[in-house]
Design a protein around this ligand. Structure first.
Ligand code: PBG
Length: 332
């Protein structure tokens, strides 16, 4: 040998055991949140074409699935209602006997330790598919916040542990916190969609919820963030922190890892990341073609989201990932 090389980085990568000794990031089922879709009726398990392996469940079937998943260590779900009770202003979102509150009551009764987060936004309930009240072709911020406050109260009354406003209206976290506190729900957490970008990767989700195709105002760019911006996420996070959020979310996840890291380094609230429907569906589609290995893609994508700084990850892979983790399989 003609030279000495004191630092050989490959030495530490030489075996699975050595790699395991220095692995900086690990996943655990505790960190995963399973987003789930509800539908009316009983005995229902409706496949979602755009999300392979995901279903719309009637409340009774959802209880069964959540019980199974709790055995795997998935204790937190994030609930979305899929309803055909749509109207221009989405009033059915406030029905205390609507799909989501009814399901929450049943889930809490059957599975008291299940940690339930519910989505707060109007898109499943409006005929135009927007997350807020549409007046003269514009989303009215304050009218939307007003209905979201009341929606939060309906969900809290039904027993949710968290409300998760996904609408991106200004001031909604503070308004919801105030209204919940005023009505005695000081213990209900708020998971704020803090940096939610106007992303094409929500496409498969909109199919799952059968949301209307945004006819009048064609996109959500006047309320969701521009994918080009990172500094704007700081302003959102500062505001949500001041208004009383309990966790701040970045969404989507994989194309926004820099935003996850930035919020993790600059704020002290827990950071959530949402691996959205398009991220999940793309991996499934590529795997179906034989172009990637689905299990490897699932593990790598979730590990990297965690490495970037996410404390908790919303993912449609939650039960499958928990299965892998419970088998004691390392990331190697
Ligand atoms: C709407 C909402 C969306 C998602 C969660 N809540 C879609 C949207 O903003 O149009 C997307 C979730 C996913 O794609 O998995 N309130």
């Amino acid at each position: 040998m003609s030279y000495s090389l004191p630092q050989r980085n490959r030495r530490n990568r030489s075996s699975s055991a050595n790699r395991g000794l220095q692995r900086e990031t690990r996943l655990h089922p505790d960190q995963l949140i399973y987003p789930m879709f509800l539908c009316e009726g009983s005995g229902e398990k409706q496949p979602i074409e755009t999300l392979p392996g995901q279903f719309r469940w009637s409340p009774d079937r959802m209880v069964e699935i959540c019980a199974e998943n709790q055995k795997k260590g998935i204790n937190t779900i994030n609930l979305f209602g899929s309803t055909n009770q749509k109207s221009p202003h989405g009033e059915s979102a406030l029905d205390p006997d609507g799909l989501v509150p009814t399901a929450v009551r049943l889930l809490k009764q059957e599975l008291p330790s299940l940690n339930i987060q519910s989505d707060l936004a109007l898109d499943p309930y409006t005929t135009h598919g927007h997350d807020g009240i549409l007046i003269n072709g514009q989303i009215d911020n304050d009218a939307t916040v007003d209905i979201l406050q009341r929606m939060a109260l309906v969900h809290a009354g039904a027993g949710v542990d968290w409300v998760a406003p996904s609408d991106m209206m200004d001031g909604r976290v503070g308004a919801i916190r105030h209204f919940l506190d005023l009505n005695g729900f000081t213990t209900v957490n708020i998971l704020s969609y803090t940096a939610k970008y106007a992303s094409c990767f929500y496409g498969p989700f909109r199919g799952a919820l059968e949301t209307a195709p945004l006819a009048e105002l064609k996109d959500k760019k006047t309320y969701q963030m521009d994918p080009a911006n990172r500094r704007e996420a700081f302003r959102e996070a500062r505001q949500d922190t001041a208004e009383g959020a309990d966790a701040i979310m970045v969404k989507p996840a994989s194309h926004y890892l820099d935003v996850i890291l930035a919020l993790k380094q600059n704020f002290d609230l827990p950071v959530a990341a949402y691996q959205v429907s398009g991220e999940y569906a793309m991996m499934h589609a590529a795997a179906q073609k034989g172009w990637i290995n689905l299990t490897a893609a699932m593990e790598e994508s979730l590990l990297c989201i965690r490495r970037a700084g996410a404390d908790m990850i919303l993912t449609y892979f939650a039960p499958e990932m928990a299965d892998r983790l419970n088998q004691g399989i390392s990331h190697d």
